[in-house]
Design a binder for this molecule. Structure first.
Ligand code: ADP
Ligand code: ASP
Ligand code: MG
Length: 424
């Protein structure tokens, strides 16, 4: 008997009809002789709606209370799904993240899972139950408060539970047929990737391809847990995310470039006129790290000989923008910079592919494609298997499509279907 962990995203359980369809799918898996643990997200855009509600009563809601509010979304869907399964004549029990043993640190809104102790899930499985677990939430080891794992975090709940239960695989059900060479919502000619390595998927997720939560891929790689990303609206095989050694046997499938990702959730801050002396960058980034702000790209210009000053630009999550400006402004005198510039109308476009290690000219082709599309590049960063550029937000779609075309990723026949979701 296999143990399968299935995760259903918000669009897969958007309304009562969807919940009933998903319940049917779960029962079919159970009837095929498997033990089934299901992780479920909040219905449709519930999480966004709850955030809007919070902002209506307070411009800056306390993080603890916001987490308490947001976890209600997953509670609704887990209970409804368990009811729909019961209605089909099968025993299902729902569990909050805390009841399922998802233990996190105390960092509200972006908590990290530090342990999973799924004793109650194991017992319920042994008693023949289907287990439904609320995604995206846990309980802090220190404070015992309820926490959330960050937007899209239900994927991470699923893989973490799959690893802790030693499951055979983790299926992530969503509103597209797998991982594509670009977001099908902006590149209809995107192709489904049959198999992708953990490391390429990590770069895609870190570059904004929200099809999988970044930490879910980190988890899967650490525990060598195969992930099958597929649609809950079709019966098609999706994308297998596996170790690179599991791909070598399928060399025909391995392209130089696996895909183009984009991210509109970052902002850019420029610290203007920083004195060009030892320790200034360290001071700036220590302030930001003390405020628990994650920095992505950093660019420091050569200082102008006449002034001995330079500009430092960096990108960060737009949600941390105001906190970063406040923290830096407090240090204005000490660092001696001249001004701060803030731009939240930026976007990041990234090209990802393990093959770029051994193929020269990839960078040149990428930049030429973006230039030919008339898009100006504001910042650049690279890793061994990724090149990212920051461009104006309105240019993101154009740049993604141009890069996709330049690397011959466009499919001859359109196969990318978006079955649901609002893309919010
Ligand atoms: P869920 O609610 O199921 O978790 P998400 O909205 O978080 O779904 O993720 C699925 C969405 O990810 C798709 O609808 C698609 O618009 C987007 N996406 C971004 N990049 C990709 C990609 N490379 N391949 C497939 N989907 C992508
Ligand atoms: N409901 C949460 C969100 O919208 C978590 C998830 O869907 O994975 O971000
Ligand atoms: Mg998601």
């Amino acid at each position: 008997m296999a143990l399968i962990v299935q995760k259903y995203g918000g669009s897969s359980v958007a309304d009562a009809e969807c919940v009933k369809r998903v319940a049917q799918r779960i029962v079919t898996t159970k009837k095929a002789g498997n033990d089934v643990v299901v992780v479920v997200s909040a219905m449709g855009d519930t999480t966004d709606d709850l955030i809007d509600k919070a902002e209506q009563v307070s411009p800056l809601p306390p993080a603890r209370e916001l987490d308490m509010l947001l976890t209600a979304g997953e509670r609704i869907s887990m209970a409804l799904l368990a009811m729909a399964i019961a209605n089909l004549g099968h025993e299902a029990r729902s569990f909050t993240g805390s009841q399922a043993g998802v233990i996190t640190d105390g960092s509200h809104g972006k908590a990290k899972i530090i342990d999973v102790t799924p004793g109650r899930i194991r017992t319920a499985l042994d008693e023949g139950s289907i287990c439904i677990v609320a995604g995206f939430q846990g309980v802090s080891q220190g404070t015992k408060d309820i926490t959330t794992l960050g937007r899209g975090g239900s994927d991470t709940t699923a893989v973490a539970l799959a690893a802790a239960l030693n499951a055979d695989c983790c299926e992530i059900y969503t509103d597209v047929d797998g991982v594509f060479t670009a977001d099908p919502r902006i590149v209809p000619a995107a192709r489904r990737i049959p198999r992708i390595s953990y490391e390429e998927m990590l770069e895609m997720a870190a570059s904004g391809a929200k099809i999988l939560h970044l930490r879910c891929v980190e988890y899967a790689r650490r525990y060598n847990m195969p992930i099958h990303v597929r649609s809950s609206f079709s019966q098609k095989t999706g994308t297998w995310v596996v170790g690179s050694s599991d791909i070598e046997g399928h060399e025909m499938e391995q392209a130089i470039i696996s895909g183009v990702a984009h991210d509109r959730s970052e902002a850019k801050i420029t610290v203007v006129g920083v004195p060009d002396k030892v320790g200034e960058a360290a001071t700036i980034f220590t302030v930001l790290s003390d405020a628990e702000i994650n920095i992505d790209m950093i660019v420091q210009n050569v200082s102008a000989a006449s002034t001995g000053r330079t500009d430092i630009s960096f990108t960060l999550p737009v949600s941390d923008g105001q906190a970063a400006l406040t923290a830096l402004n407090k240090l204005k005198e000490r660092i001696g910079f001249e001004a701060l510039r803030y731009d939240d109308r930026v976007g990041k476009v990234s090209l990802i592919g393990a093959g770029m290690r051994s193929h020269p000219g990839v960078t040149a082709t990428f930049f030429a494609a973006i230039a030919d599309a008339g898009v100006n590049i504001e910042m650049i960063s690279t890793s061994e298997i990724r090149i990212s550029v920051v461009v104006g937000q309105d240019d993101v779609d154009t740049a993604v499509a141009a890069a996709h075309r330049a690397f011959d990723l466009d499919a001859d026949q359109v196969e990318a279907v978006v079955y649901g979701g609002t893309g919010r």
